[in-house]
Design a protein around this ligand. Structure first.
Ligand SMILES: [Zn+2]
Ligand SMILES: [Zn+2]
Length: 121
């Protein structure tokens, strides 16, 4: 956890504090998140690099999405790769149709999770 300087009174405050404990001024927004953290693109709340939900605005991160359902890494692998592979083994014509889906899921897994604004879903 890093320390930042209050823009009002100059005292050192924790980067996770919402306001200065000395003077009550709102904590200045940082330009860079702490190592291992990222900013939520919607509300700029600092969350852990592997957080799948923003604690500030309820935005979600997911690897793939189907309608309003969001899929995490293992769900994406299960529904997007393993399930089509099983289908392909038992019913090759259906499996061939699913190859683009599998390629897309692999691409999304490599690219990493994407933020979704929960109110938009
Ligand atoms: Zn202050
Ligand atoms: Zn947020």
């Amino acid at each position: 956890m890093a320390l930042i300087e209050c823009t009002d009174c100059g005292s050192q405050i924790s980067s996770s504090a919402k306001a200065c404990p000395k003077c009550g001024a709102p904590a200045p927004k940082k330009n860079e998140p702490d190592p291992g953290n990222i900013f939520c693109p919607f509300c700029r709340t600092e969350v852990s690099e592997d957080a799948m939900i923003c604690s500030g605005c309820d935005a979600r991160r997911a690897y793939t999405r189907s309608g309003t359902r969001l899929y995490g890494k293992w769900q994406s692998i299960g529904f997007g790769i393993i399930l089509p592979l099983i289908l392909m083994a038992f019913f090759p014509p259906a499996g061939i149709i699913l190859i683009p889906v599998m390629l897309y899921v692999v691409y999304r897994l490599i690219r990493g999770p994407v933020w979704y604004n929960y109110s938009d879903l």
